[in-house]
Design a protein around this ligand. Structure first.
Ligand SMILES: Cc1cc2nc3c(=O)[nH]c(=O)nc-3n(C[C@H](O)[C@H](O)[C@H](O)COP(=O)(O)O)c2cc1C
Length: 142
């Protein structure tokens, strides 16, 4: 299978209630199951960081939809490419709202500036958001 992945960051435009988040995730997961898309979505300090993977055409289709979704704006493509194997086989869309304290425990400070993180990569190859993502996926598999 021709597997493709896309990862981006965006700014949430409206705060969602718990019920709204549940409905939002329910719809996304249904559609992703139908299209064989898997991945993870984080909400960190009002910003979404999402990673999706799946068949090439379906990823194109869904990413186009996502880009025009009014629930966020200022999309910044972080990475895209092709894969041999999926990273999130069991997750039609894992979701986590990352608390400030959690960020602090991983990167040593609370005021994580995601733009700085992505636009000015440091010498340290493991970037803070990847640490958060990695930490989160460990909790999913345990
Ligand atoms: C942050 C964010 C992440 C989203 N992730 C997905 C996703 O993984 N899969 C998906 O089908 N739609 C996702 N959506 C919703 C799409 O933008 C779109 O509303 C959805 O695909 C339904 O489109 P349709 O009603 O035209 O089928 C996401 C929206 C936002 C704001």
């Amino acid at each position: 299978m021709n597997l493709r992945y896309v990862s981006y960051m965006s700014v949430q435009t409206q705060v969602m209630s718990k019920t709204e988040v549940e409905n939002f995730l329910f719809k996304i997961r249904e559609k992703n199951k139908r299209l064989a898309i898997t991945g993870v979505l984080l909400l960190i300090q009002g910003k979404f960081v999402q990673y999706i993977e799946g068949p090439n055409e379906e990823i194109d289709l869904v990413y186009k939809k996502i880009k025009h979704d009014p629930r966020h704006n200022d999309l910044l493509l972080l990475d895209d490419g092709y894969l041999e194997n999926r990273q999130f086989t069991n997750w039609s869309m894992a979701y986590k709202e990352v608390e400030d304290n959690h960020i602090k425990s991983i990167v040593g400070r609370k005021d994580l500036n995601l733009d700085d993180v992505f636009l000015n990569p440091t010498e340290d190859k493991t970037h803070p958001v990847l640490k958060i993502l990695y930490n989160f996926t460990k909790t999913l598999s345990s």
